[in-house]
Design a protein around this ligand. Sequence first.
Ligand code: DQA
Length: 146
Amino acid sequence: MDILLLNGPNLNMLGMREPDQYGTQTLDDITGHLSALARDAGFTLAHHQDNSEVGLIDKIHAASKNGTKYIIINPAAFTHTSVALRDAILAVGIVFTEVHLSNVYKREEFRQQSYFSDIAQGVISGFGAQGYEFALEAAFKHIQSN
Ligand code: DQA
């Protein structure tokens, strides 16, 4: 797979989880649309959502062995807590975009601390599900030019 899309804890609840914050689309709606966009552009996209750090870290490690060229990750609450997830991405050295559905800078102060922003190619926050589309565009461009 060219691109790996990772979503962290509680994002399996999209659609019913705080819709004012995260919108009404389900994760299946979002990933289905992104897979179609990737396919139309001639890329392959794999998706994995996990409520545990272990599951996400294992996928990142596997990405270093299966030819993944780019990672799009919404680490969800792990954004603000997980040195282990940060270290996993640093270990594999795959370029990535950090995505948040909500604008974390408009919210509680603890959400403004990220263990990923300083090592990401870029950060997209506050555009809802459209943020993943922007990240996908960045992934296409990165893969084409590398
Ligand atoms: C989130 C923002 C995080 O602070 C929160 O813990 C999430 C979702 C977002 O997509 O806006 O679970 O990453």
